[in-house]
Design a protein. Structure first.
Length: 126
């Protein structure tokens, strides 16, 4: 079964009650294929509202957390340089999430397709 890194935008939509995100997460959790980058954990906690702590913790704890390793960091640097040569500037977090998917063999579930120019790693969303 294909494993999937859930990007922060999808996690936020789930926490805000969007049906598509709820259906996606239930499917990923049922198949034990829901991964979350440690960087998305940071983004979720940095942006959460005071009344969202419990739901955010439950969401994070339901996912398998991917750490950032030296191999992922090196791949992220290569991704950044590759796309910079093509005139695209990606954020460090997006490069690291992208690299995590490449190194670990995950797809990425996101609505922010422009953050991930390598379309082969994207999970098609309905």
């Amino acid at each position: 079964m294909q494993t999937v890194i859930v990007d922060t935008d999808i996690a936020i939509d789930y926490l805000r009650g969007y049906q598509y995100a709820n259906e996606l997460m239930l499917h990923l959790w049922d198949s034990n294929t829901a991964y979350l980058s440690i960087l998305s954990v940071y983004e979720l906690y940095a942006g959460m509202r005071d009344n969202e702590t419990e739901d955010t913790e439950k969401f994070v704890n339901a996912c398998i957390i991917e750490p950032v390793t030296i191999e992922i960091t090196m791949e992220a640097g290569e991704i950044y340089r590759q796309y910079r040569k093509e005139g695209l500037t990606l954020t460090s977090i997006d490069c690291l999430v992208n690299a995590t998917a490449v190194v670990r063999g995950h797809k990425i579930a996101t609505k922010n397709k422009e953050h991930y120019p390598n379309k082969k790693i994207l999970l098609p969303l309905k």
